[in-house]
Ligand binder design. Sequence first.
Ligand code: ATP
Length: 365
Amino acid sequence: GNQPAGKTRGGEIAMQNIVKDFGHFRAVNDVTLKIASNEFFTLLGPSGCGKTTLLRMIAGFEMPTKGSILLDGAGIASLPPNQRPINTVFQNYALFPHMTVADNIGFGLKMLGRPKAEIEKTVADMIRLVRLDGREKNLVTQLSGGQQQRVALARALAPQPKVLLLDEPLSALDLKLRKSMQIELKRLQMETGITFVFVTHDQEEALTMSDRIAVMSEGQVRQIGSPWEIYDRPAERFVADFIGETNFLTAEVVSVSGDRARVRLASGAEIPASFPANTTPSGKVTVVVRPEHARAAPVSGASVLRGTIHDIVYLGTDTHLHVVLEDGTPFMVRQQNARSGPCGYDKGETLGIELSDDVAQILRD
Ligand code: ATP
């Protein structure tokens, strides 16, 4: 491969038609996906959608009811969890409170019977990697939550697994710390070259860190793509709704040319729109426009839509204008705030809405 010397080559995971039933309840319903070597891959979805169950099957804590899981092309069904080159970091860290930082990090290597000198060297490398220099001899109970999370990461990385599974590892941290750990995790993944499979229900966290995201609901993968694709090219309503703030408009397809369509909105305005691959939009469709791609303006010829302001929410960086369009459809405009003063609009005011070029996305039926 072309990865820098000293890096582990991350494992490649292929899941084929995975089904998991708990009694009569189907928690995972026919999931097929490939996670590339060295990828930061995120399973994103609401509580109960089956993310953790999928992760536990990769780890070997659960067996699929149907389907197969391959690691670097070979089936791993017969391997118990401790014989898979895969490690897991849990939300609650699961550290040993009576042990030092160094002993916690070296624990897995000790269990594997590695020589003492090798363990010491690896522990020192890991301490540096997660930036806990000077804390080696502390008990983990003497550390902050963020530092404990670093110990848990170091311990899981120490045996150089091919794949690291992370199940909501940042959810116990406060917002500021969580944001800095997001950047830290991405750095760790890039420096080690280990494949990371990350589970979260937090869409912003997924967008921040991932090379690719699989959006899940009710045991199924709804869409897989880069953060940009998931946010700007959602293929269906669930994905558009789950990620960020979204406006839904009904529209009529006027024409299709290549990968672009023109649609007529209820206001009569015609705008360009993109659509998901392998579909040919026609007739009545639902179109997505993100609030930051719309601008409030006086009603004029350039207004694509017209409506009345029902609510104004000031958010520091932005102001959200909650508008109701002429046909009764709710529509949100996100205006960037200037330092010169509030946005200048009032509730009840009628305004025009202009759209940036090419901001509309047609959803799959
Ligand atoms: P969360 O973010 O809340 O952990 P999740 O997306 O990770 O949600 P899972 O933990 O994978 O969801 O659970 C998926 C569904 O399977 C849930 O409805 C859950 O109640 C059910 N489930 C999970 N494990 C078991 C089990 N051992 N026995 C029965 N049902 C289970």
